[in-house]
Design a protein around this ligand. Sequence first.
Ligand code: GLP
Length: 240
Amino acid sequence: MEIVILPTPADVGRYAARLVEARVRARPSLVWGLATGSSPTAIYAELAGAVARGLDLTGVRGFALDEYVGISETHPESYARVIRSQVVEPLGLRPENARVPDGRAADLEQAARDYERAIADAGGIDLQILGIGSNGHIGFNEPTSSFASRTRLKTLAPQTRADNARFFDDPADVPTHCLTQGLGTILESREAVLVAQGEAKARAVAAMVEGPVSAMCPGSVLQFHPRAVVVLDEAAASAL
Ligand code: GLP
């Protein structure tokens, strides 16, 4: 695990965006694992600047990490919509090349299997972007997730629902379930870049980097990843 500590959240976004840009320039058909949440937004905003300067992402194929179950595609917090508004539209990915697990499918287990198959058919993920939850989750792999898990239906932890309540009008509106790539899926990415900013993430970051590898801190599985870079601002690194 390579740890990069930078002064500000903006520096974290810039650093990770440059890394993505370098990988796309080297491989224009990059298979890109996309995170949602607040952590990666600066990466996408920085990349929009690179696209304006001529970076071409039309050959890139994107796969989101996760999706809520049971909210409409037009809900502002549906990750399908977030990926469209933060990635596909500003960065010029082809909409058909940006996939999100189908949290509205009648058969969610089949939708999860289909998603794994689509990732495999694309040749696997070259570069996975990740954030980390305050309870150590990556994607929506909550504490006690299996290290071998694949894309599947999960129940959201009370802590995660409380953390994400700020994005919903009413805390009761936060979905209870999700589809998420598994820890096994994430570990198979060829490169993983996890970004974290702010003191609220400091404990989870310390457990991920310095703690024992444990299902109680799902991010700690990245200690087994052959090529993982963790990019932190000073506040997120403050408990290291
Ligand atoms: C969210 C997402 C994760 C994200 C994490 C942290 O709920 N499912 O992919 O990395 O929790 O969120 P944030 O970046 O908003 O702190």
